[in-house]
Design a binder for this molecule. Structure first.
Ligand code: HAM
Length: 419
């Protein structure tokens, strides 16, 4: 009896072949753009104390209420596979005393995240995000720079039909007054609301703007808008951010109904969507989170950042694969004897330490098969290692010469420089 096959879990996928090389190309673009703007790479653990997300992302969010992969370790501690990257970055900022460094501290990541969501096109249970966080400055220029960097990344990756929606949620103080106003509106129209929205009037009334439920949408059409109730300071901050985005030629729509699925936001919030994506149209989003570091036990610290979904960028973008690295030298064996194999292996090591990209036959192929393989790789030179000599073939120029095996690397380097 043969064993049954085991498949990857629902909502997960393997990254192979062209997909893997498209991801490498995307990562290289992200690194160039973000490190060029002074962001440093950070990697945090795949799992964290559950409390980090409960406190950081917020007890009232879908993520914390129903989407976390949570487990207990042998010591009975509750751990959670990270559903997002902002709370972990803030934890690391506090843990490593980064408030003592020159502010803002700018960090970027490209990592996998986990949410127990209903899997569908563009929505997975393990997915990848590229993200950027700037901690320690309230300056509206941080907001505008951060948003501009994501706009640049999406443009360079040719993500199609992109729209940027922008709003401000105000600071925590100005929001609490507005919350009461909105709660009063929701209570007055309670019978029109969905069950879900009704259950969150106390905890998170703003999420009502996100609802697809027709009755709720009708109630929300006449709801008071937060943007119209910002404090003078918050309104000024938002005006600055808009002015800077205009100066950088980043097009956006102000959308006063924009709310995000995480509780930590204050002031600026934004979302890039692509109309090429269908139902899961969010390509990337983020905003300010000026209270989060303090909420996690650190000093009062401003924060601003975003994350964008790698799979959605690739679905809506031009998933051009990186050109495979050229093979400069392919080493073939005249016959399969052990002695030639050892000589060829020595030559391979010598070529690589001289900086050449080199490969040799590892499949026990015939000489014909090895030459076919070298052709398929597009090798520039092929060395056929024989007893006491090597035939070096120039696959571009078409010539060949018989030389000592020890002279091959030099000849390839010379031929290479002559190009
Ligand atoms: P988010 O909006 O939850 O924000 O996720 C950001 C992006 O991750 C989404 O726009 C989407 O492209 C992608 N994404 C989210 N969930 C899934 C999924 N299940 N499958 C595939 N892609 C997904 C955050 O995570 C915040 N930490 C962003 C942030 C950073 N805010 C401030 N700094």
């Amino acid at each position: 009896m043969s064993a049954s096959k085991i498949k990857a879990p629902r909502g997960t996928f393997d990254v192979l072949g062209e997909q893997a090389s498209a991801r490498s190309a995307l990562e290289a673009r992200a690194r160039a753009i973000l490190e060029g703007a002074g962001y440093e790479r950070i990697e945090t653990p795949v799992f964290e104390a559950t409390d980090l997300f409960a406190r950081g992302v917020g007890e009232s969010t879908d993520i914390v209420r129903k989407e976390m992969f949570t487990f207990q370790d042998a010591g009975g501690r509750s751990l959670t596979l990270r559903p997002e990257g902002t709370a972990p970055v803030c934890r690391a900022y506090v843990e490593h005393g980064m408030h003592k460094r020159r502010q803002p501290v700018k960090l970027w990541y490209l990592s996998s995240f986990f949410r127990h969501e209903r899997a569908q096109a563009g929505r997975f249970r393990q997915f990848w995000q590229v993200g950027a966080e700037a901690l320690g400055s309230e300056d509206p220029a941080v907001d505008a720079e951060s948003i501009t960097l994501l706009a640049t990344l999406l443009a360079e990756l040719q993500v199609r039909e992109v729209r940027l929606r922008l709003s401000s949620l105000g600071s925590l103080e100005s929001r609490s007054e507005y919350r009461e106003r909105l709660q009063a509106h929701l209570r007055a129209h309670e019978q029109g609301l969905s069950e879900d929205v009704r259950s969150r009037i106390e905890l998170n009334p703003l999420r009502a703007f996100d609802s697809e439920h027709p009755g709720t949408r009708e109630v929300m059409a006449s709801a008071p808008l937060l943007l119209e109730h910002l404090s003078a300071e918050d309104a000024e901050h938002f005006a600055h951010v808009r002015g800077l985005l205009d100066a950088a030629n980043v097009a956006y729509e102000v959308d006063p109904t924009l709310v995000r699925g995480l509780d930590y936001y204050t002031r600026t919030v934004f979302e890039f969507t692509s109309d090429a994506l269908g139902a899961q149209s969010g390509v990337g989003g983020g905003g300010r989170y000026d209270g989060l570091v303090e909420q996690l036990g650190g000093p009062a610290t401003a924060g601003m950042g975003w994350a964008a979904g790698i799979e959605r960028i690739m679905l809506a973008g031009d998933a051009r694969t990186a050109a495979p690295a050229p093979v400069e030298l392919f080493i073939a064996l005249e016959d399969p004897g052990a002695e030639l194999r050892t000589a060829a292996f020595g030559l391979l090591a010598e070529a690589r330490s001289a900086g050449l990209s080199a490969q040799m036959d590892l499949g026990g192929r015939s000489l014909k098969g090895q030459l076919g393989h070298a052709g398929a790789l597009g090798a520039r030179f092929v060395a056929i290692v024989g007893q006491g000599h090597t035939i070096l073939k120039d696959m571009q120029g078409g010539g060949q010469e018989t030389i000592a095996t020890g002279a091959v690397v030099h000849a390839v380097l010379r031929g290479h420089h002559a190009l």
